[in-house]
Write a protein that binds this ligand. Sequence first.
Ligand SMILES: CC(C)(COP(=O)(O)OP(=O)(O)OC[C@H]1O[C@@H](n2cnc3c(N)ncnc32)[C@H](O)[C@@H]1OP(=O)(O)O)[C@@H](O)C(=O)NCCC(=O)NCCS
Length: 440
Amino acid sequence: MDTRNTPEFVNWLRNSSPYIRAHRGRTFVVLLPGQALLDDSLPGLAQDLTLLTHLGVRLVLVHDINSQLQQRLEDAGHELAQANGMPVTDDTVLQFVREICGGARLDLEAVFSSGLATSAVAGPGLRLVSGNLVTARPLGMRDGVDHQHSGELRRVDSDAIRAQLDLGAMVILSPVGYSPTGELFYLDAGEVATGVAMALRADKLLLMTDGHTPVDAEGSGLEVMTPTEAEQTAASPSCPAELQRRLNDAVRACRGGVRRAHLINRQHDGALLQELYSRDGIGTLVTHDEYDAVRTATVDDIGGILRLITPLEAEGILAPRSREQLELLIDDFVVMERDGMVVACASLHEFSEATAGEIACVAVHPDYRSNNRGEVLLQMLELRARRRGLRRLFVLTTRTTHWFREQGFEPGRLEDIPVQRQALYNYQRRSRVLTKSLER
Ligand SMILES: CC(C)(COP(=O)(O)OP(=O)(O)OC[C@H]1O[C@@H](n2cnc3c(N)ncnc32)[C@H](O)[C@@H]1OP(=O)(O)O)[C@@H](O)C(=O)NCCC(=O)NCCS
């Protein structure tokens, strides 16, 4: 089928269909920074969250009040004391917390009630439910400091939350908890979101940030991290405080049984939808070893890559590459490692003049196949290509055409690939050319 004249929207909707199917009926916990409730992006975000529920996602929203509380403290000339890295919530601060949480819930209820025909998600507003769903206990006396009304999460009423989600409502939680003695405690919003995600065994914890997401040494965004890598990044002195907190939340959630935690920069309009419903998500995924983290290869990986590809070269599946060629092109490669062994690799070679990139040497160790590793590697390289401004990808393959077709590549001709590459075409191998446009 020729899709060149297909409207962009149609392609977009078709491409999002696997994600719509994958997320339907799943439970996601979303953490919103306090600032998200203050600026004019809130209606847009509310529309996106409403759309998620229309697409069958079960949502719990935890809102922070950090910015609001900061403002109130400044206005009142009052200070929130800190001890042992935790706040000391005195009576005055608790009063602010009560007022801000009450106001925030009303604001959220209002914005989610919008059913204007002009809104992106017209129709009846989304039903919001909140209540005494989180039990807290006091932080108490620590190193001689009484933390007063600061608390920690003790229990989550997950049955009640699930019952509301079953009814199609979105559950809203504030960073507060109630104790069996009838007291109110101010809690850390990240701790609430993480604790709720763990108690519900949520499929995802979506941590919205105010601009910070992890980057590698060259400043490029990191798409996937293991909890251990996230922990190391958070421990670095150069890690901004907000990012540090969110990375630690992600690590705690992953270790507590949540399959995936995403850090998403809410400053990008539609970031949530892009992260969840497109191949080229824009956030950082922190996940347990379901996927071994993908990283750029170094010269130390050459031995591992050779062990992986030599049997495939012998079978004629991959074109032969010498150690010297690999050394020269090692920056093109990404690898997945498990227990110190390279279990998968792939490369992207850039033809910058032609704004094209060649995907090559995609290989997954036979013991680790059919677990989406190949797909994940390809996604990484595609993202890398987009970030470099490439407009199309191509691959030359003898036996793997169907797999690449399933990954969105289409049959092409030799003339479709850059002229320099055509000159190197091996007429004995008679590889097929497959291409993929990155322009949609
Ligand atoms: C192709 C390859 C990279 C896929 O890796 P993977 O991690 O198993 O990939 P995924 O899990 O994303 O996809 C697996 C699916 O692709 C299918 N598949 C694998 N090789 C295929 C091929 N040559 N043709 C068609 N489908 C293929 C598998 O049967 C599986 O389908 P299933 O889930 O319905 O069982 C891997 O099979 C491999 O290393 N093959 C040998 C090297 C190779 O052919 N490289 C490409 C040349 S550049």
